[in-house]
Design a protein around this ligand. Sequence first.
Ligand code: FE2
Length: 421
Amino acid sequence: MTFTRIEDFLYILLLLLFVSIWLFILRQRHFIKDQEIKYSYRLKDAQEKLEEYITDLDNLLVMLVSIHEFGMTATGIISKEELSQSVINSACRLIRSDAGSLMLLNHETNELTIAASKGLSEEVIETTKMKLGEGIAGRVAQTGKAIFVEDIESDARFLRTNAKHYSSKSFICVPLRVKNRIVGVLNVNSCEKNRIFEERDVRLLTILADQAAITFENIELYDNLQNFYLEMVQTLARAIDAKDSYTHDHADRARHYARLIGKKLSLPEPMIRHIEYAALMHDIGKIGIDETILHKTGKLTNEEREIIKKHPAIGNRIIAPVAFLSPVAPMVLYHQEWYNGQGYPEGLVGEEIPLGARIVAVIDAYDAITSDRPYRKALSKEVAIKELKKGSGTQFDERVVKAFLEILEEEDREPAKAEAR
Ligand SMILES: [Fe+2]
């Protein structure tokens, strides 16, 4: 009996142990399952975050490359305004914002003004001006350190007067800096009500702003270099004007008409500028021609005529080695070609002649007729127009003559407006 009791007791103990083990296993399984769910959510979160980062970096890379290429474009004619707009568009796209501005610093007045913007009213664009140290943008420009504001309204650094212009609370301002020189600042604010910027957005914008600042600097250096060359060439062109006194002011006038014809023919701005340069420099080769031939009042001999015919090739040799003027060189070389192939130096026909050269040819002819020449006095505008019409389709491109005659008519109708241009 006693034995049975002990046996029963052991049996119950064993049963209890078994149930406990079973319960423990059951609990562990639940725990593991819970953990699995928890980890799978975390993993999903991490994956999403990673994908977001990769997309951001991808976008950033594409934008950096495009901004870098902006500064390195082969035409070399880029304006700061175009770059500013591209930078602010990229910045807004990068951190998913609808509003922002790029402010450039005027080093003479120490004032920041909006060079390009997105989602801001005309009034804000025109009236926003910040002195160094003033408001957030002014502080960033002064210290060169980015400012990240989660809530504009509760931040004492933010000018209250400006707060009303912004529909959101989150704001980032990063400097555009090259070494220790501040070029401007990049402001971006969030328009989505629940979108608060993060530190990561500041980092992305800083990278973008750094590249933009370098590109701004490159444009400035390039502009300076270009202006230096242009001044040099302009001086040379004036020297030709002075040497060939009958063509006084010829170069400047030619440049003026080149721009108007380019616009009339809806040519792209970089091409118009090249044609302007070609108009300015087309006779630069005359620097290599003997003055006695240029000033000869009597009839030129065949030999002398052949010498004068060398001026386009001489001009080409002067201009071609200057990299940024290389598109101008063929326009100078072929400005004496005729549309029907009877010109010089190569007898090119129609579209074979660069459009810039065809434009310069028309302007040059008009100017030659209406100026005093060594062998005759200046002829009237009417005579010049008649000559251009006569040569249209043979010596000159019809399209260019038509555009030029329209410009002359417009000048007749509105001389004041023409003067202003
Ligand atoms: Fe010429």
